[in-house]
Design a protein around this ligand. Structure first.
Ligand SMILES: Cc1ncc(C[n+]2csc(CCOP(=O)(O)OP(=O)(O)O)c2C)c(N)n1
Ligand SMILES: [Mg+2]
Length: 770
């Protein structure tokens, strides 16, 4: 029977039970009650949710303030849905459709769920680390006077213990220490089980040292109050209990009271007799289940005691599947209760058959009044807490002057000009780079706008009057966040800054620079940023084998293919500075546009002659993904299709071949990604009866169907070879398919078939096979 509520803690305990029931029932309903039309297993994580329900009840109904933000362990998603169901911000229909189309998502999703989700989670480790970067963004905004201290909150990550194996957490930890991060609570659900098995004992002893040495306070919540009191009276039992290996502890939790008894008898003998006499089997099981992460008093006390801004790691001992029949079983990660077990749980939790969805089922009398009052008092908002923020004026961005330029140098120049011109956009730009600020041409911007540091950082070299082109002093007004060499951190920084509108009500325009091949190093974090609809400009430079003498380790091949398959990120690869300026202007608009997206610019250090433009006609096409640099004649047999830094080779070949191939066209591609998207979208629209051709269809329809295309890119040739699929025109694809190496451009373009000779041969090939 439920006891009457006398304090908040009693109400919190009832809420914990409600969360445990509702999360288990939501999963059960999706798997065993709801009709299945495809026979696929629906799944869900009853054990992982039950492990956290006390922690989450204590947080959401006691500790969290309205400005706090939480990244919830992905497989505790059902518990988060249950919390919002109790708060009235989640609908029963969404729960009934858990893991169904349009229903509550398996793992909390900012964009798909209708409840307030501060950070999406799913790929373990990333949700933890983004909280750290979000706290840094909060510090940045307050330092810049864009946010009041009073509106600041704490960033909380709910972490699985096996999740702590993800290296990106430690990359973030190191970066966080450098920036003196604060206002963080990371709460480990230490159930000592992963997906496959029980987790390693040895490593866990080291985690607190790792965090402490990075300036964190580590709070271990090992015992609940009852267990602590009992063990305090029996020191030998305490020593025995605390040295039990993870696997043994889990197995004993699963086996229950009788197993505890016989194990204690066997290992402690007579010393344990008085203790065992005081407890029957049920009492033993209950006592040893009273771990810190399940004891409401312990949790509330611990949260109440950590009210300063020191980053804090709570290690809350728990049992995976707490209160469920497979508690502690090493195989319980994806375990589902069967209908008989669920019915038994329903009985023990006082839930009437048919009333399973009643939010406060089984909570009567005084207890209900207290629980309802607590829910009402709960300080987290019921509505989605997206902050409103006004649109930002984006000025026209023009290309720097110069007959010969590289896109990378032009990028640096455009930012410098933006900084000098000043204005709202310039003040809202925040740049960041993983130790390649100077080599990606951000230096001039940083000289102007300074490094961001919460406390002043002198430029020692400047003070000593040592000549340097880089001025690296830091202050709380600086606009560049310098990161160590950890590309995953770059993307998480961009993700957090790119959510500043939603999270903090202030739009930032984050620009991150890195070397193009190292996108792959942080790729999951980049995908994670896009998945949450964070908005930023990613500038990857330099790229391709055009990076000659740097050699194969720095020459990127496949990022355009990555971009082709990455939702939420548009790839542009300009050849000329004026294209780049137009793309940057649009990228800023897209950051601020509710229906916009992030942009990836693939740039080069190769300085090339700029084209003379007769008009602005190219601009619209360049922003849509391609335009005719040399318009094809009506009956031409072929066209050269080129992208980015190899445009001079394409232009030279076009000039050379034009006499022999009358009407030869040259198509400048600026975004295979946009062309492909437009092409598939137009096909989908045709199914709906809309007959508008896509941009690439319009462009290629200037050529006869039997014409051949020679595609050329300093990247995997598949980036452009698919163009043959649009109208079935023949394609000779040129590009890079083997790892690069050192060499002059002439050597490399010849060896990798990107030069004039290769283009001539390829044109001959498509003409001959006509
Ligand atoms: C990057 C990544 N790799 C693998 C997985 C698959 N996965 C989901 S949960 C899990 C185990 C998590 O264990 P733990 O963090 O201890 O959480 P618990 O369920 O025990 O609370 C794994 C391997 C994932 N979601 N993300
Ligand atoms: Mg675990």
């Amino acid at each position: 029977m439920l006891k009457p509520v006398t304090t908040d803690v009693e109400a919190l305990k009832i809420l914990e039970e409600r969360l445990r029931w509702l999360s288990a029932w939501t999963i059960h309903h999706a798997n065993h009650v709801r009709e299945s039309d495809d026979g696929l297993k629906v799944g869900g994580h009853q054990a992982s949710s039950a492990s956290m329900t006390a922690i989450m009840a204590a947080l959401y109904f006691h500790a969290l303030g309205p400005n706090d933000r939480v990244a919830v362990k992905p497989h505790a998603g059902p518990a988060l849905h249950a919390i919002h169901y109790l708060l009235g911000s989640q609908s029963r229909a969404a729960l009934e459709n858990f893991r169904g189309f349009g229903g509550a998502q398996s793992y909390p999703s900012r964009t798909k769920d209708k409840i307030p989700v501060d950070f999406s989670t799913g790929s373990v480790g990333l949700g933890v680390a983004i909280t750290l970067f979000a706290s840094l963004v909060q510090d940045y905004l307050t330092a810049h006077g864009r946010m009041d201290e009073a509106d600041c909150g704490r960033f909380v990550a709910l972490i699985g213990d096996a999740e702590l194996d993800e290296g990106n957490i430690y990359e973030a930890l190191i970066e966080g220490y450098k920036h003196d991060v604060r206002n963080l609570w990371w709460i480990v659900d230490y159930n000592r089980q992963s997906l496959d098995a029980t987790s390693a004992d040895r490593m866990f002893e080291r985690f607190d040292e790792i965090f402490s040495s990075c300036g964190w306070r580590v709070v271990e919540l090992r015992h609940g109050k009852r267990l602590k009191a009992a063990l305090g009276k029996h020191p030998k039992l305490q020593a025995w209990f605390e040295t039990l290996p993870n696997a043994d502890l889990s197995a004993l939790h699963y086996q229950g009271g009788a197993a505890w008894r016989s194990r204690i008898e066997a290992e402690l003998g007579k010393a344990a007799t008085p203790f065992l006499k005081e407890h029957d089997d049920a009492a033993l099981a209950s006592l040893f289940s009273d771990l810190g992460g399940h004891c409401m008093e312990t949790l509330v006390e611990a949260f109440d005691a950590a009210q300063d801004d020191v980053p804090t790691l709570f290690i809350a001992w728990t049992i995976k599947g707490y209160g469920l029949p497979f508690a502690g079983h090493k195989d319980n990660h994806a375990g589902l209760m069967n209908p008989t077990q669920m019915a038994a749980l329903r009985e023990t939790m006082g839930v009437r058959e048919g009333s399973e969805w009643e939010p406060l089922e089984g909570v009567g009398g005084n207890a209900r009044t207290g629980v309802e009052a607590l829910i009402d008092r709960s300080r987290i908002a019921r509505e989605k807490r997206a902050r409103s923020f006004g649109a930002v004026d984006i000025p026209a961005i023009s290309a720097p002057a110069g007959d010969e330029q590289s896109t990378q140098a032009a990028f640096g120049r455009i930012l410098l000009d933006l900084s000098k011109a000043g204005g709202d956009l310039a003040d809202r730009v925040v740049t960041t780079s993983p130790d390649v600020t100077v080599s990606t041409n951000l230096g001039a911007w940083v000289n102007q706008r300074g490094l961001f540091r919460r406390s002043e950082m002198a430029d020692v070299f400047a003070q000593a009057k040592i000549a340097s082109a880089q001025k690296w002093s830091g202050s709380n007004k600086g606009q560049h966040i310098e990161l160590g060499i950890a590309e995953s951190n770059l993307f998480l920084m961009l993700a957090a800054a790119g959510l500043s509108g939603d999270l903090f009500g202030t739009r930032l325009f984050p620009i991150g620079t890195l070397y193009d091949p190292f996108i792959a190093r942080g790729l999951d974090a980049l995908n994670y940023a896009c998945y949450q609809d964070a908005r930023f400009l990613l500038v990857a430079t330099p790229s391709g084998i055009t990076l000659g003498p740097e050699g194969g380790a720095h020459q990127s091949i496949n990022p355009p293919l990555i971009a082709l398959g990455q939702p939420g990120l548009r790839h542009y690869e300009p050849a000329f500075a004026d294209e780049l300026a137009a793309m940057m202007e649009l990228a800023f608009r897209l950051i601020d546009d509710p229906d916009g997206e992030s942009t990836y610019l693939r740039l080069s250090t190769r300085s090339i002659r700029q084209v003379e433009r007769q008009s602005d006609d190219w601009r619209d096409g360049a922003l849509k993904g391609a335009y005719w640099l040399c318009t094809p004649g009506p009956a031409t047999e072929a066209a050269i299709v080129a992208m980015g830094a190899v445009m001079p080779e394409a232009l030279a070949a076009w000039e050379e071949l034009s006499e022999d191939v009358p009407g030869l066209g040259l198509l400048a591609v600026t975004s295979p990604d946009l062309l492909h998207r437009g092409w598939t979208a137009a096909q989908a629209a045709r199914w709906q009866g809309e007959r508008k051709p896509s941009h690439i269809e319009e462009l290629l329809s200037a050529l006869p169907r039997h014409a051949g295309l020679v595609t050329l890119a300093d990247a995997a040739p598949a980036s452009l070879s698919w163009l043959g699929g649009v109208f079935g025109q023949r394609v000779a694809p040129l590009g890079v398919e083997k790892f690069g190496q050192t060499g002059s451009l002439a050597d490399l373009y010849a060896a990798y078939r990107l030069d004039g000779a290769a283009i001539t041969e390829a044109v001959a090939e498509v003409l001959l096979s006509a």
